[in-house]
Design a binder for this molecule. Sequence first.
Ligand code: EPZ
Length: 416
Amino acid sequence: MSNFAVQGGARLSGTVAAQGSKNAALPILAATLLVNEPVRLLNCPRLRDVGNMLHILESLGCTVFREGNDLVVDSGTADRFVLPTALSHELRSSIFLLGSVLSRFSEADAPYPGGCEIGNRPIDLHLYGLKRLNAEICERNGRIRCKGNHLCGAVVDFEYPSVGATENIMMAAVRADGTTVIRNAACEPEIVDLQGFLNACGFRVCGAGTPTVTIEGVEQGHGTAYTVMPDRIVTGTYLIGAAMTRGDVTVENTRPDTVDALLSKLRDCGCELTRYDTAVRVRAAERVRCVAFTETRPYPGFPTDLQPQLFAMLSVAQGTSVLVENVFENRFKHAQELKKMGAQNRILDRTAVITGAEQLHGATVTAHDLRGGAALVLAGLCTDGVTVIEHAERIERGYEQIDRAIRALGGTIMRT
Ligand code: EPZ
């Protein structure tokens, strides 16, 4: 286990570049199995979760290597369809591979992904969609066996706009026989990025970013070079850090349009915003005001992946805020940790009532999950002492060198 030690007191200021998006890179890496030729990915972040996905691809026979900052994946050498148990459990989003492995090998065998810190993470929508495409699914002994010698296009109606299920069916459908229409599809920007990658490989996908995605099955795709989109959650995390510390931070190499819901909240609580083509600047001359009501929703609603970080900001705002988590059923574990730092909050089911404190104090706290851990780093910057955050490795699943970025912005943080 590794820790972060964060010294409070600094106002974050300066410029930081957004990393490539973890949640775009992971499905795109799964999609490399859909072509037999090398794929070159630019702006692919160096993260534990990406590393685990690459290990899974290598276990399936893919050739993977870095050339400078580029990542090259050659799935021409792939020859296995059984996903490794330990790695797949470590990386829950390995479930995205079901669709691409099934499309490539007409068969897929994956461990049933366990639940995680933020909820039980069912996969019923993934399996429903694959069955709609004429796959046979057998769940036994904690594993899922899929067979699909002849995947056929179909209409797939999702009860809920699941990000992963939408991505899984897009990948399973690109080489199916006929047309697939996904209705009530998730609209996240990462899905638009996956569509961009698939079309760069010669597949035919349209409608991503809207609730209806249409995929025309084709025989074969081809290799390509593709640049992964910037990470909107990492962007939002540093912008919230500026607001919490009364700082002045510009995040560059990002997509301002993908953080609109957050920018609206930062404006509401008194921050001064400046939007550029590929950058956003947030200035907070004084303590932020509370935000009366916020609820997380599928995109373009307020993102659940920024809920913990907003929670931390509201914990030092003037006044009382209400924050509702509609996406995951257990995503408030950071509340108890923030209380150890002097934050005041009450949780009732999916609703948090947060009364801002003038000052937090240093404590030893635990990062239960990736985004909750990032929230604790931000809160640690707003104390009169030192905060030790246990399980820094969980935060590094999604943040490339977060300690280096915070130090570059004038914060004091050390990995211990
Ligand atoms: C993706 O997870 C992201 N992960 C999550 O980011 C993100 O929080 C989530 O989308 C929502 O935006 C990646 O992209 C790798 P969902 P995913 O399927 O695909 C229910 C992070 O911190 N559901 O949209 O698992 C589910 O229980 C991570 O970077 C079903 O009921 O999210 C949840 O309540 C955390 N049945 C809701 O949908 C299913 O078959 C949202 O899940 C699938 C999902």
